[in-house]
Design a protein around this ligand. Structure first.
Ligand SMILES: Nc1nc2c(ncn2[C@@H]2O[C@H](COP(=O)(O)OP(=O)(O)OP(=O)(O)O)[C@@H](O)[C@H]2O)c(=O)[nH]1
Ligand SMILES: [Mg+2]
Length: 377
């Protein structure tokens, strides 16, 4: 039994495999980690397998799995999950794109109570070195799609991550393509995730295998995970949909409040229409805030804005932004583009709703970085 299993998926990595194994080993010995290294290879036609066999002679904690069926990066990682002899799994590329020096930090994140720790390229402090524009664009597209499912995670498609065994042990993973992390996030059993920024370095040696098929496979995987959540209400994706639905319901209730107060105030002669309207709008913003704060975003974790009045100010500002967006879209489309004002207004409402949800989700009711013990477990 080991404390940690480092899983290295490989295909044609003869020029990198020895270096990465030695680097991981170095991290183990420097940090007193009792770890195993598990290379999962898809029967590479080059010297990868021979190189690993050679290194195995002096290393009892180095294992090799050679797969001969259903090749694929994700499938190989899942095979690694099955063969691992520890309770913490860490996946790292063989081509030295992921810095092994980050391993102790990631393991500390798991030991601090996180179910998943992700090496993140897309957060402050992270980045990508030496990548052509085309790769960057494809990767940003993939990340954007992934964030629709996991808005709190900056890099849901990173290939560098650590998970507790319990996350994937009983998960009905359908591995395919490149983005195994998305599958783990979508179908694994987890509550808390943490990201650690790192700088991705493009491979210096060996060849890339990214192709058009990778992209279509990924799109299919995103859809599959969205569908999965429909039948698995404990999944993190489903919980996100619930928030979106509640936020929409609160918005509808705000329309009722707004209209009701407007009609009520107009019953008194002394209120002019502009005054009555401003009061009605403001009160509907307040009632929306109360409902969102106590219902939509009621959670067991701590908010990054700990005081309700901070969240109220934030919500108020975002709401004004939403109103401006609605107003601008309606007027620009109707007055300058000749659109039907009713359709232009609906479009304005939809965009403003998306703005309100996304910004409030990310700012007003953002989770604090602090980890609060999960009472559901
Ligand atoms: N077992 C297995 N490993 C694979 C397969 N494809 C890629 N890998 C390994 O998975 C890791 C990531 O693959 P890369 O080809 O580096 O993917 P990338 O980083 O997105 O692209 P490049 O670095 O530009 O090639 C590397 O360690 C590869 O050797 C595969 O089909 N099977
Ligand atoms: Mg690579």
């Amino acid at each position: 039994m080991y404390d940690l299993t480092v899983i290295i998926p490989t295909f044609k990595e003869e020029s990198n495999i020895a270096t990465i194994i030695r680097a991981v080993e170095e991290v183990f010995s420097r940090n007193g980690i009792n770890g195993e290294i598990l290379v999962v290879d898809d029967n590479s036609p080059d010297q990868t397998i021979e190189r690993v066999r050679e290194l195995q002679k002096t290393r009892p904690n180095l294992s090799l799995v050679v797969r001969t069926e259903d090749p694929g990066l994700s499938q190989s990682v899942v095979e690694g999950f099955r063969r691992a002899q520890s309770d913490i799994f860490l996946v790292i590329d063989a081509d030295l794109s992921h810095p092994p020096e980050h391993i102790p930090l990631m393991i500390a994140g798991i030991q601090a109570g996180n179910d998943i720790v992700i090496g993140s390229r897309y957060m402050e402090g992270g980045g990508i070195k030496r990548w052509p524009l085309k790769r960057r664009i494809i990767s940003l597209g993939a990340t954007f799609l992934g964030r629709l499912l996991f808005p709190e995670i900056h890099d849901p498609v990173s290939g560098f991550f650590a998970v507790k065994k319990s996350v994937v042990e009983h998960a009905p993973l359908r591995p395919r393509g490149y983005k195994i992390l998305l599958e783990v996030l979508g179908k694994g059993t987890w509550h808390t995730a943490k990201e650690i920024p790192f700088e991705f370095v493009d491979r210096a040696a060996g060849s890339s295998k990214l192709g058009i098929r990778t992209i279509t496979e990924y799109a299919g995987q995103v859809i599959d995970n969205a569908r999965f959540s429909w039948n698995h209400h404990e999944s993190v994706v489903w919980q996100e949909w619930v928030k979106l639905f509640r936020f929409g319901a609160v918005g509808l209730s705000g329309i009722v409040v707004n209209e009701g107060i407007l009609i009520y105030l107009r019953g008194y002669e002394q209120f002019s229409l502009p005054v009555a309207s401003i009061v009605a709008i403001e009160l509907s913003i307040l009632s929306n805030f109360i409902l969102n704060d106590t219902w939509t975003f009621r959670t067991e974790h701590q908010h990054a804005m700990p005081h309700w009045w901070q969240r109220l100010v934030s919500f108020q500002v975002v709401s004004i932004g939403g109103a401006v967006i609605n107003f601008a879209i309606l007027n620009v489309l109707a007055l300058y583009a000749g659109a039907d004002y009713r359709i232009a207004n609906i479009l304005g409402i939809v965009v403003a709703f998306a703005w309100n949800f996304l910004v409030n989700r990310r700012v007003t009711w953002k989770k604090s970085g602090q980890i609060v013990p999960d009472r559901r477990k």
